[in-house]
Structures are given as structure tokens and as C-alpha cells.
Write a protein that binds this ligand. Structure first.
Ligand code: F6R
Length: 369
């Protein structure tokens, strides 16, 4: 049942090209336009949306954070991400023109369910991004956009995360398509590129040998930091969460720009730091800014574990290790950059002799508040 892998998590990591590909499947017509009749929300209603709030917990909330950057960029509709358990208690501002998107693998997370009900009571339009057919959250929502990751058995989420990001991209690109004009043209170009991502994940999974070695040598590590910027910021958070859950190692993710506002004080000789580097063509010179961050922490003795696109030579002088990912456009990068971090957590957990699929104190779906 583990398909030749030692753990469900390893199997699920390797199913990620399919999780992304299957979530795209059947959602375009022959001209390459997105068709989301399954949403059963009128085009007019979707066109009238003036604000989006994403509600989710844990890894699903990180998918939501990635989605915020992408959907705002593609549609210019303001997107807010709220942890579902905070949403209900912060007097959320929603109207009938607010689209509340919940993200949940299980469809049973109580906090997320209660947030959806609350949003509906306030008159918002609710869409569920969910991996489990017939589960509670989709039933309690106005519409559902299923992720097609297949059943996720390992407690720590991997393939569902990639499928959630993909479904959010599909939603954002669809809204851009509805806006027409240059929004639609740009969306069509991104969609084309998105279809190439499963092949790139496959290629990346074939080159994880060094990540495994690095993890094995780090079994005694007590703390690991993760830095990212732009869409790499939620990826850094997710990398840290995977390590906490699976290897019980203290881990923290930061936005790289925050470093000098405090966290750089944590850097001491030998401190391992993963850095998720934006592609060189990321707007606003963010690539160069992150390269400077790497330089700064390395000068203070950090051991820099750099995740960078193929062909990015600028990182080389400051990297103790470089983990290469295939090149893609900036918004789509998380589908690739998170993979080495998942693989790292998996192998570090294994190196420590821990139960990868069933980490202590955790349940696959959290049905209590
Ligand atoms: C982390 C993880 C959790 C879930 C969270 C939400 O690996 O699995 O953080 O992402 O509990 O679960 P769902 O998506 O089922 O609502």
C-alpha cells in the first residue's frame, strides 16, 4: 500500500507531480481557457467580488499565503489570509461581495468549518478548496473546488499542500480570465506555464540525493531557521512547520526582510539556515536583496543551505550548500521550492528514528476547536 516506499509521506511526496497535474486536469477547454462550471456561482457574482478572505489552518494557511500574492497580482482584488481560529473572533469585515475561500485537506477541520459558517452568516459567498469528497466543509459552503491529490495518509501534509496552491492558482487565474483584457492574456500565459510544473517537480524529485545526505548529517541539530521572501516567505514557514512536526526540532520561518529587525541576533557560528531564493527575474530586485541577506548571515557564521533556481550563479559565493530547483516564473515557484524542504524534514525524521507518518501529539484531522 506504500507503493514500494518506506513511509506514506515519502510516497505522497513522490505523488506531487500528479497532485498538481490532476488538480489542473479537466479544468480547461480546447482553447486553453479555464472552465469552472463546477463552481456553480454565476459569472456576474464572481465579477462583482471586491475582496477575498482566505481562511485555513496550518499548512493550508501557508497555501493561502502563497495564493494571496498570486491572486492579488493576477486580479488586483485585495486578498486577506486569516487563520480560521482567529477569523471568527476578530469581527471580520465581510459583505455579500466578499469571497471567503476556505482551504482544507480533510474538509473536517473544526476551526475552518466554524469560520466558513460564520462567513456565511455574515452574508459572504463561500468557496471550499478541499481534498475530500463529501466532507463537511464543502457541504457547508456555497461552492467547492476540489483538489485532486488523492487520499493523504501521512499526518504531515505534503501533496495536499501543492494541490491546494494549484487550486488557488486556478481560482485566481479564472477570476483574471473573467476580468478580460490584459488580465486574461496574462492569465493564459501563466496557465500554460503551470501545466509544465508537474514535469519540473518530477525532475526535481529525481535530484534529492544531496538533500537526503544533508539531513542525515544533521540528526543532532537543535535548531534550524528558514528565510524566504515574497511567495518564498510562506514556503519558509512551511519548511519550518514540517521540521517541527516530523523531527521535533526547533525551527522558525522568517520573512528575509525581517532579519535585521530582530532574528539576525539568533545567528551564531554553525547555525543552519535554509534560504528560499526568489528567481532572478522576480520583480523589485528581490533576488538581489535575498542574496545580500545570505551574505549577511554567512558573514556571521551561519551555515547557509540555499534553495536557488538552476542557473542562478549569484548565490554561489555565499552558499555552503546549493539545492537547485528548475526555473519557473516567480508566482509558481513555491510548487518547486517547498519540495526540498519536505524531503529534508522526512530524512531528518528518519535519521532520528522517528515515526514519519504518525508524529507525536498530532492527528490527521483536527475536529475539535
Ligand atoms: C501540517 C498539517 C496541518 C494541517 C492543518 C489543516 O502538516 O497537516 O497543519 O494543514 O491541520 O488541516 P486541513 O487541511 O485538513 O484543514
Amino acid at each position: 500500500e506504500k507503493g514500494g516506499y518506506d513511509t506514506f509521506m515519502e510516497k505522497e511526496i513522490h505523488e506531487q507531480p500528479h497532485a498538481v497535474g490532476d488538480t489542473l486536469l479537466g479544468r480547461t477547454d480546447e482553447d486553453g481557457h479555464l472552465v469552472l462550471d463546477e463552481l456553480r456561482i454565476s459569472e456576474q457574482q464572481l465579477k462583482d467580488i471586491d475582496r477575498i478572505t482566505i481562511v485555513a489552518c496550518g499548512t493550508a494557511a501557508y497555501a493561502g499565503m502563497v495564493a494571496k500574492y498570486a491572486i492579488e497580482h493576477w486580479t488586483r482584488i485585495p486578498v486577506e489570509v486569516a487563520l480560521a481560529h482567529e477569523f471568527r473572533y476578530c469581527e471580520p469585515i465581510v459583505s455579500e461581495r466578499t469571497l471567503v475561500v476556505s482551504i482544507s485537506q480533510s474538509g473536517e477541520t473544526m476551526d475552518t468549518l466554524m469560520a466558513v459558517k460564520h462567513a456565511r452568516d455574515l452574508g459572504a459567498l463561500t468557496v471550499s478548496v478541499c481534498n475530500t469528497h463529501g466532507s463537511t466543509i464543502p457541504r457547508e459552503s456555497d461552492a467547492v473546488l476540489y483538489t485532486h491529490a488523492g487520499p493523504e495518509i501521512a499526518v504531515a501534509s505534503t501533496k495536499a499542500f501543492l494541490a491546494q496552491i494549484t487550486a488557488c492558482y486556478v481560482l485566481g487565474l479564472y477570476l483574471a480570465q473573467l476580468r478580460g483584457g490584459s488580465y486574461a492574456d496574462d492569465a493564459a500565459a501563466v496557465l500554460k506555464e503551470l501545466h509544465q510544473v508537474p514535469g519540473k517537480i518530477e525532475q526535481l524529485l529525481g535530484s534529492m540525493g544531496r538533500v537526503r545526505e544533508i539531513a542525515r548529517f544533521m540528526a543532532d541539530t537543535r535548531s534550524v531557521l528558514f528565510l524566504g521572501r515574497h511567495v518564498g516567505y510562506p514556503v519558509a514557514m512551511e519548511g519550518a512547520l514540517k521540521l517541527k512536526e516530523l523531527a521535533y526540532i526547533h525551527a522558525e520561518g522568517f520573512a528575509a526582510g525581517e532579519l535585521k529587525h530582530g532574528p539576525i541576533a539568533l545567528i551564531e557560528p554553525g547555525q543552519p539556515v535554509f534560504i528560499v531564493v526568489p528567481g532572478p527575474d522576480t520583480p523589485h530586485g528581490l533576488h538581489g536583496k535575498v542574496v545580500s541577506n545570505i551574505q549577511e548571515i554567512r558573514a556571521r557564521g551561519a551555515r547557509t543551505l540555499v534553495i536557488a533556481q538552476e542557473g542562478d550563479t549569484a548565490v554561489e559565493p555565499f552558499a555552503d550548500e546549493i539545492i537547485r530547483v528548475p526555473a519557473t516564473s516567480p508566482m509558481l515557484a513555491p510548487l518547486l521550492t517547498v519540495v526540498p524542504l519536505q524531503v529534508f524534514a522526512l530524512h531528518l525524521s528518519t535519521a532520528k528514528g522517528l515515526d514519519v507518518d504518525q508524529p507525536r501529539n498530532l492527528a490527521k484531522s483536527v475536529t475539535v476547536e
